[in-house]
Design a protein around this ligand. Structure first.
Ligand code: WT7
Length: 665
C-alpha cells in the first residue's frame, strides 16, 4: 500500500490516504468500495431483509426466526425474537463434520512461553465436560455466573460452558478489586463464581481466588453456592469446604458430551460491567442471537477472515473486546486464534513481535496504548524492535479502544505492517457488542487516525444537542439512528438508566447516544472520534468514570473531605487520571504529601482496582469553585495539563488555591 499524498497540515487535518493494493482488493471478502457500497445499499433498501439474510447465512438456528426486528417497545429493541439458538453450538458444534473440526482453534501461549494447541473438536469436548460439571452443581438456563479468571483457555471454556447451558456469564477483569467483585456478584445476582487460584503475569504469581474470598466476605453474596477454582499454578489457595471446588474435582467422571440448550434469540448471553458518568458501573446486557451474529460477521468483514489465517486479538476476556474477538467471534468464524496469558513487556518488550513470528500470526489486533508503549521500548532498545522479528506472516493490523494518533499509526504501518498491511481502526463500545465504524481492509482507503465509515447496516450520524444533523466538517455528537442486532438490550436491573443514558429524551428518544464526540471530514465524509462528551476517561483503552474514582476517594472518610477527578493527555496511556484532593487536615506538602498520595492510590486500587489509580494527585485547601459553589472542572483540566491559566478566574471564590493545586504528587 503506498502513500498517495504526504502532507500533514496539522493534527486535525490529515491528508495522507492509503488505499488497499489491487491484489488485496481482488482477494478480499468485501472486495473494493463498490462491494461496500452495494452492502450499504442493500441495508438502505430493505433494512430488515438485510439483517435477516445475514442472520440466516451466518448462524445455525435450532428454531428459525420469522420476525426480524421488533420495535414495539423501543428503545428496548428485539431482534430475531421468535428464533431459538445456542451460542456455544454456533461456535463449536457447527464445525463438527467440516474441515474445521480438526483445525487448531486456540494456540495458547502461557506467560512463561509454554505453548499448547487445542483443536475445535478438543475444545468442544472440554467445553461440554465443563458444562456438565456446572450442570451437576445445579447451574441452569438463566442463572448468572461470575467469572474472574486469568487470560487462559480455561477462561474461554468457562464462558462457552455457561453459554452452552443458557447460563448468563458476567466476566470481571482480573485487575479489579475484591470490592468490585462483591458489588458485581450482588448486582448480577450470581449463584456461582468461576475463578483461578492464581494468575501468572510477567513472571509473577498473583492471587485471584483470595480476592474472591475477600469480596464475598464483605457480605451480600449468600446466593453464591459454588466457587469453581481452576488450579493455574501449583501453589495452594484457601478453600472453603462445601462451597469451593477445584476444576479437577468437578470434572472427574463428567462426560464430554453435553447437549447445547436452545435459548430464545433475546435471551441474555452475558452481562458486562462498564463505567458510566455516575459512580455506579453499568451492567450492559447483551442478547444471544443478535450479539453472536455481529461477532461473526465482523470477523469476516473487518478482518477479512480466511481459513488459513492466524488471528490474534490481545484483549483480555474481562473486556468486551475479549468477549467479541476472543471468546465468541473467532470461534463462530472457525478461525485459528492465539490466546496470550502474559503481558507485552515480559520477558522483554519484543514479546508481541516474537509471538507473531513464532505462530505466523496473520491478523493482529491490539490497542494504541500497547503500540505507543512498544514504540517507546523499541526506540530505547534495538533488541525489542519489531524489525528484529520476521513479521512477514502479517496481512492485516487492527487498532481498538481509543483514538490512534497519526504518529503511532504511521509507526505501526511501517514497522509492523511493512507498509503492506491495512490497519483497521475499529470504533465501537461495550454497548455496541461489535465494530460500528471501521475501514474494510480490501475496500476502504485508509486515513491515519480515522475510523473511516460505518459498517453496512450501521446508520451513524453526527448531530447537535437536540438531535439535528450537522454538516460534514463540523464537530458534534455521535449517534446511531437505527437499531442494530448486537446493541445493548438494557442495563441489568436498571431499564430507566438504560433509556436515559442511551436514548435521551432531549434528543428525541430515538437516537442511540454513543457518548463520544466526532467529526466527519469534508472530502470523504470519514468519521474521526474526538473523545468522550461525558465524564468518562479512556485510560489505556479502558473506560473509567471520573465520578467512580471521586466516590472511591471520598469514601476514605478519615482523610478526604472532597475530590475532583479529571483527565489529562498522556503519551502512552492516551489519557491519565488526575485527582484534586482536599483533605480533612491542612494541605500537605513535601514528604507528607507524597506519603498521603501513596496511601490514596493504594486505597483506590483496593476500592476499584489498580487501573483506577490516579497518576497525578494534587492537594489544595479547597477546589476552585464558582460563587454558586460549582467545581470549575474546565479550570482543573487546564491545571492538570500544566497550562498557564488564561481563563477568566474572576468568578473564582478563592484564586489563591490555584498555586497550591499546581504541585503534583
Ligand atoms: C469507548 C468505548 C471498543 C472496545 C474497547 C473499548 C473509545 C473505542 C475507538 C476507536 C476512537 C475509540 C470511545 C468509546 N474508542 N474504540 N477506534 N477510536 N475511540 O470499549 O470500554 O466500552 O469504551 O472507547 O470513546 O466510546 P469501551
Amino acid at each position: 500500500m503506498s502513500e498517495q499524498q504526504s502532507t500533514i497540515t496539522s493534527g486535525l487535518v490529515e491528508n495522507r490516504v492509503f488505499p488497499p493494493s489491487e491484489a488485496f482488493v481482488k482477494a478480499a471478502r468485501v472486495s473494493g468500495m463498490p462491494a461496500y457500497d452495494a452492502l450499504c445499499a442493500e441495508a438502505a433498501q430493505d433494512f430488515e431483509g438485510f439483517w435477516a439474510r445475514l442472520a440466516r447465512e451466518n448462524l445455525n438456528w435450532t428454531k428459525p426466526f420469522t420476525q426480524t426486528l421488533d420495535e414495539s417497545q423501543a428503545p428496548f429493541y428485539k431482534w430475531f425474537a421468535d428464533g431459538e439458538i445456542n451460542a456455544s453450538a454456533n461456535c463449536l458444534d457447527r464445525h463438527m463434520g467440516t474441515a474445521v473440526e480438526n483445525k487448531t482453534a486456540v494456540i495458547f501461549e502461557a506467560d512463561d512461553g509454554t505453548v499448547t494447541k487445542t483443536s475445535y473438536k478438543e475444545l468442544l469436548a472440554r467445553v461440554s465436560q465443563f458444562a456438565n460439571a456446572l450442570k451437576a452443581h445445579g447451574i441452569q438456563k438463566g442463572d448468572r455466573v461470575l467469572i474472574y479468571m486469568p487470560m487462559t483457555l480455561e477462561g474461554v471454556i468457562a464462558m462457552q460452558a455457561c453459554a452452552r447451558l443458557g447460563a448468563i456469564h458476567s466476566v470481571v477483569f482480573g485487575g479489579f478489586s475484591a470490592k468490585a467483585v462483591q458489588e458485581r456478584i450482588i448486582d448480577v445476582g450470581a449463584v456461582a463464581v468461576i475463578t483461578s487460584n492464581y494468575q501468572m503475569r510477567g513472571g509473577k504469581e498473583l492471587p485471584l481466588k483470595a480476592i474472591v474470598d475477600e469480596g464475598m466476605a464483605l457480605g451480600g453474596c449468600e446466593a453464591v453456592k459454588t466457587v469453581f477454582v481452576y488450579q493455574r499454578t501449583a501453589t495452594a489457595c484457601p478453600m472453603l469446604a462445601g462451597r469451593d471446588k477445584t476444576f479437577s474435582e468437578v470434572l472427574a467422571g463428567q462426560s464430554a458430551d453435553c447437549a447445547p440448550v436452545p435459548v430464545g434469540a433475546e435471551h441474555p448471553l452475558f452481562i458486562l460491567y462498564t463505567s458510566g458518568s455516575t459512580g455506579k458501573p453499568k451492567g450492559v446486557q447483551h442478547s444471544t442471537g443478535g450479539y453472536l451474529l455481529w461477532a461473526k460477521v465482523t470477523m469476516d468483514w473487518t478482518f477479512d477472515l480466511k481459513p488459513e489465517d492466524v488471528f490474534w486479538c490481545t484483549a483480555d476476556i474481562g473486556w468486551i473486546t475479549g468477549h467479541s474477538y476472543v471468546a465468541y467471534g473467532p470461534l463462530a468464524a472457525g478461525a485459528t486464534q492465539i490466546i496470550f496469558e502474559g503481558i507485552p513487556t515480559f520477558p522483554n518488550a519484543g514479546r508481541f513481535w516474537q509471538m507473531i513470528e513464532r505462530h505466523k500470526c496473520s491478523i493482529f489486533y491490539t490497542a494504541p496504548t500497547a503500540i505507543r508503549s512498544l514504540i517507546k521500548a523499541a526506540e530505547g532498545d534495538a533488541k525489542v524492535h519489531p524489525d528484529r522479528s520476521d513479521l512477514s506472516s502479517l496481512r492485516i493490523l487492527g487498532s481498538v479502544g481509543e483514538p490512534i494518533n497519526p504518529e503511532a499509526w504511521m509507526w505501526y504501518h511501517k514497522h509492523v505492517g511493512h507498509e503492506k498491511c491495512p490497519i483497521v481502526d475499529t470504533f465501537w463500545q461495550t454497548e455496541t457488542g461489535g465494530h460500528m465504524m471501521t475501514p474494510l481492509p480490501g475496500a476502504t482507503p485508509l486515513v491515519p487516525g480515522s475510523c473511516t465509515l460505518p459498517l453496512p447496516g450501521i446508520i451513524a450520524a453526527i448531530v447537535d444537542e437536540v438531535g439535528n444533523d450537522i454538516p460534514n466538517g463540523t464537530g458534534g455528537i455521535l449517534v446511531v439512528k437505527r437499531p442494530w442486532p448486537s446493541m445493548i438490550r438494557t442495563i441489568w436491573n436498571d431499564p430507566e438508566r438504560f433509556k436515559k443514558s442511551y436514548f435521551p429524551e432531549e434528543m428525541g428518544g430515538k437516537l442511540y447516544l454513543a457518548g463520544d464526540g466526532a467529526i466527519r471530514s469534508a472530502d470523504r465524509a470519514y468519521f474521526r472520534i474526538t473523545g468522550r462528551i461525558d465524564d468518562v476517561l479512556n485510560v489505556s483503552g479502558h473506560r473509567m468514570g471520573t465520578m467512580e474514582i471521586e466516590s472511591a476517594l471520598v469514601a476514605k472518610t478519615d482523610l478526604v473531605a472532597e475530590a475532583a477527578v479529571v483527565g489529562r493527555p498522556d503519551d502512552v496511556t492516551g489519557e491519565a487520571i488526575c485527582a484534586f484532593v482536599v483533605l480533612k487536615r491542612p494541605c500537605p506538602s513535601g514528604d507528607e504529601a507524597k506519603a498521603i498520595a501513596k496511601e490514596l492510590r493504594d486505597w483506590v486500587a483496593k476500592e476499584i482496582g489498580p487501573i483506577a489509580k490516579p497518576k497525578d494527585i494534587r492537594f489544595g485547601e479547597n477546589l476552585p469553585k464558582t460563587r454558586s459553589g460549582k467545581i470549575m472542572r474546565r479550570l482543573l483540566r487546564s491545571l492538570a495539563k500544566g497550562e498557564t491559566i488564561t481563563q477568566d478566574t474572576s468568578t473564582l471564590e478563592n484564586p489563591a488555591i490555584l498555586s497550591q493545586l499546581g504541585q503534583t504528587y
